[in-house]
Ligand binder design. Structure first.
Ligand code: HEC
Length: 194
């Protein structure tokens, strides 16, 4: 079932690529954003599925490795499929390797402001075609709100034994104290254009 969904997404993306090729026109930013949205949907579903299964099997202690190794591995797989870079970032970080660059930071700050003004987190995204290190790239970000399932490891009262396990892996952890609905971070994609 899962595999079929992945294959379907793959086929849809291939078809989209093929039709863009026939028309011999560059995809528009809106089309690239739609592809990014689709990829993130698959990534988020896979991550949440693995997280849920590990939580059910052995509680949050068992689920930490899912976030620690599976999340970066899934982003690597997804990126390798297309030559894109795919990741997660945030203003308050658990893993310093996920730190935002200046564009990502400004987008995260804008998301936070929009949320404070009552925006629906499910609709918060930002994209643009721009230059990065001398290359033309398409960049895309989508907000990740804090959900109930996240509070165990990112909420205001993380259990002491779990907190200990987390700080052993991430001594500089800042990603606790989040309330339901607050901005936890964002997915971020860079698509090289040539
Ligand atoms: C079992 C504990 C656990 C749960 C539950 C959990 N996370 Fe995490 N989260 C982690 C760990 C560990 C990392 C560090 C991952 C890494 O090394 O990239 C992390 C990292 C992140 C990051 C990347 C930015 C950063 O701070 O390094 C985001 C975004 C994030 N989590 C969002 C969520 C969301 C949203 C949920 C709920 C759907 C969630 N997490 C549930 C443990 C958890």
């Amino acid at each position: 079932m899962k595999l079929r969904r992945v294959l379907l997404i793959g086929a849809a993306v291939l078809l989209a690529d093929a039709s863009a090729g026939i028309a011999n026109a560059e995809p528009t930013d809106a089309e690239r954003a739609a592809q990014s949205r689709e990829l993130i949907k698959g990534f988020a579903q896979r991550l949440q599925g693995e997280l849920k299964a590990a939580m059910a099997a052995g509680g949050p202690e068992r689920a930490i490795p899912v976030c620690h190794t599976a999340a970066p591995a899934i982003t690597r797989d997804k990126a390798a499929e297309k030559g894109w870079s795919v990741g997660r970032t945030a203003l308050k970080l658990r893993n310093p390797a996920n730190a935002p660059d200046p564009w990502e930071r400004s987008v995260l700050e804008a998301f936070q402001e929009q949320l404070a003004q009552g925006a629906d987190p499910a609709t918060l995204e930002r994209y643009e075609t721009t230059m990065q290190n001398g290359r033309r790239v398409f960049r895309y970000m989508k907000a990740i709100p804090t959900q109930k399932a996240c509070l165990t490891c990112h909420g205001p009262d993380v259990k002491a034994s779990l907190r200990k396990q987390i700080t052993e892996l991430y001594p500089q952890d800042q990603a606790v104290g989040f309330q339901l609905g607050e901005l936890r971070g964002a997915f971020t994609i860079v698509q090289p254009l040539e």
